[in-house]
Design a protein around this ligand. Structure first.
Ligand SMILES: [Zn+2]
Length: 155
């Protein structure tokens, strides 16, 4: 997959380059795990649609604006994604690549580098074997817990 280098500045002022999707590319999202390994998901993905439906219709977020709701859907989607068998933790759309100097994932600023700097990166599509093995009730209870966790983080 062709990605493009973006310039990031962490909260401690370190500048570094990170491969990301082109900012005008819609329909695809990248996920990163704790080891900064990258996978992708396409928005027509079945598990993504299920999470989107379960979160959007959830009473805990019924008063949320669309942008905030999108953030929560993207965070919660992590629970539907398989981890690598050899470790690395959860894949999450909202996980920033770690700053190579200080290790923080909290960023002050970011933007795609112009002129474009394309890089070829081997990106696999995220899988959902565990998620699809769950009952509807199990899925709902996982989503409940994940939403509560998100709400605690933002409040
Ligand atoms: Zn830093």
């Amino acid at each position: 997959m062709v990605l493009f280098l973006w310039q990031y500045i962490c909260i401690n002022g370190h500048e570094f380059e990170v491969p990301e999707l082109d900012e005008f590319q819609y329909g695809t999202l990248l996920l990163r795990n704790e080891l900064d390994e990258i996978q992708c998901v396409y928005v027509n993905d079945k598990a993504f649609s299920e999470i989107d439906k379960l979160v959007s219709g959830h009473s805990l977020v019924s008063n949320y604006e669309e942008g905030d709701l999108t953030d929560i859907v993207q965070s919660v989607f992590s629970i539907a994604c398989d981890e690598n068998v050899d470790g690395g933790g959860k894949y999450n759309i909202r996980t920033n690549q770690r700053c190579p100097k200080c290790g923080t994932r909290n960023m002050d600023d970011w933007g795609q580098i112009i002129p474009l700097k394309p890089v070829e990166v081997d990106v696999k599509e995220v899988t959902h074997n565990h998620w699809f093995s769950l009952s509807e009730a199990e899925k709902k209870s996982l989503v409940d817990a994940a939403i509560l966790k998100e709400l605690k983080k933002t409040n």
